[in-house]
Design a protein around this ligand. Structure first.
Ligand code: NAD
Length: 393
């Protein structure tokens, strides 16, 4: 039975799909979260978010009680929906090219359930041209395909979605207008663009952020080699000087999106995106730089190094492509004694942050979880605080 208030979200148990489904269900839509991850489906149906997402716990419970949302593995559920939103992953392979197989093949399995009234919305961050490729696969069954990229910062979708403008593009006017109508319910403003424009806007946004972070990381390395405090310099650069206001903090620029999307763009540009590649070598090279610098100054085989924070960014439990983990692995490969702690990601090797500080000779603030802000670290400890986050007491 086709219901115009029904929405199916594919990849609905993921970091983009689940919060989007919650926000849409809170606006009165009946939402079905479709995913192949059985564990996360079970967790969602039990009212437990599988990962940290601000404002999600209460909302999930409320929407389940109201019967506005549920999760399933059953793809045929899309038959009952008007809207089908695709939020599945778009990874890159070891050659840094997009691995499109899972994404594109999905549409071959979806095709048999489609009819001409469905509105299909791609929300994942895709290699430019992928939406057109998908259209060629499904056009005999349904021509209403739109591309409406997700632009939230991970973990804050519920807070951010109402505050952001939404880019909407489509293969036909119906797809564009119906998608615009849907997103108007949850976004501040709708901006209509062409499909390739929308695909590029998303990748440019992530590449731009990634390159920006690399600038500060490069400045940090220059300062570190001169034993100069980059954080002090950055503060002074921005003091009553607006042109420098946006210079980011130094720190690990990691996670499942920024590097991946910079490389999707690079692949699209025949790997001649030199700015993107330089940013990658700076950002990904930061852990090794820190180890080399410490190694020059200390006999690391005689030191214990404590890593504060394992997740890819602050105040999340997500380890995907975390540079803290890369740092930890590189230290272990050099047979250096390490201790590790994290506020959100649970691991049997983790110890409490205060104990880590007490037992380590060198403390590296790898992920600036808020809980570390007031940690007391005495002057006789060696503190490597890439983020300029903690004051020594
Ligand atoms: N994480 C973010 O903050 C963020 C922000 C903007 C855009 N994006 C983009 O959104 C997309 C999804 O990212 P994510 O972080 O939510 O990934 P994720 O891994 O958290 O979620 C993807 C989900 O899709 C499911 N899935 C994969 N293939 C499937 C299939 N064939 N059928 C059903 N389910 C399938 C997985 O099980 C998983 O639950 C990516 O393209 C990413 O670049 C992510």
């Amino acid at each position: 039975m086709f219901n115009k208030n029904n929405i199916c979200i594919i990849g609905g148990a993921g970091h983009v799909g689940a919060p989007l489904g919650l926000v849409l269900s809170s606006k009165g839509y009946n939402v079905v979260l479709i995913d192949k991850d059985k564990k996360n489906i079970k967790s969602l149906n039990n009212g437990i978010m599988p990962f940290l997402e601000e404002g999600s716990t209460k909302l999930l419970k409320k929407m389940i009680i109201k019967k506005k949302i549920y999760a399933t593995q059953n793809l045929s559920e899309v038959k009952k929906s008007r809207y089908i939103i695709i939020c599945i992953g778009t990874p890159i392979n070891s050659q840094l090219n997009p691995n499109l197989k899972n994404f594109v093949n999905f549409f071959y399995s979806l095709k048999k359930y489609l009819n001409k009234n469905h509105i299909i919305i791609i929300r994942s961050s895709v290699y430019p041209g992928v939406s057109n490729k998908v259209f060629e696969i499904i056009k005999n069954r349904c021509r209403n395909l739109s591309y409406c990229p997700e632009r939230i910062v991970q973990g804050k979708a519920i807070v951010e979605l109402p505050k952001l403008s939404q880019i909407v593009s489509g293969k036909n006017t119906r797809a564009k207008l119906e998608s615009g109508k849907l997103f108007k319910k949850i976004s501040k403003k709708i901006i209509y663009t062409g499909i390739m424009e929308a695909e590029l806007i998303k990748l440019f946004s992530n590449a731009y952020r990634y390159i920006n972070f690399s600038i500060s990381n490069q400045f940090y390395m220059i300062c570190k080699n001169q034993n100069i405090d980059f954080h002090k310099i950055r503060k002074i650069m921005r003091d009553d000087y607006k042109r420098n206001a946006n210079i980011p903090m130094a720190g690990f620029a990691a996670g499942p999106c920024l590097l991946k999307d910079t490389m999707q763009l690079s692949s699209f540009y025949n790997h001649k995106f030199s700015l993107g590649h330089t940013a990658m070598s700076i950002n990904e090279g930061l852990p090794k730089f820190l180890i080399k610098k410490l190694n020059k100054e200390y006999n690391l085989r005689k030191k214990t190094i404590g890593i504060l924070g394992l997740s890819f960014k602050s105040d999340t439990d997500d380890l995907r492509d975390s540079l803290s983990i890369k740092l930890l692995k590189q230290l272990k490969a050099r047979k250096i004694k390490t201790l590790q702690s994290d506020e959100y990601y649970k691991d049997k090797h983790n110890i409490d942050k205060k104990l880590l500080v007490k037992k380590s000779d060198i403390i590296i603030v790898a992920t600036p979880h808020k809980a570390y802000k007031n940690l007391k670290i005495s002057k006789n400890k060696i503190l490597v605080d890439i983020w300029g986050f903690i004051e020594k007491k």
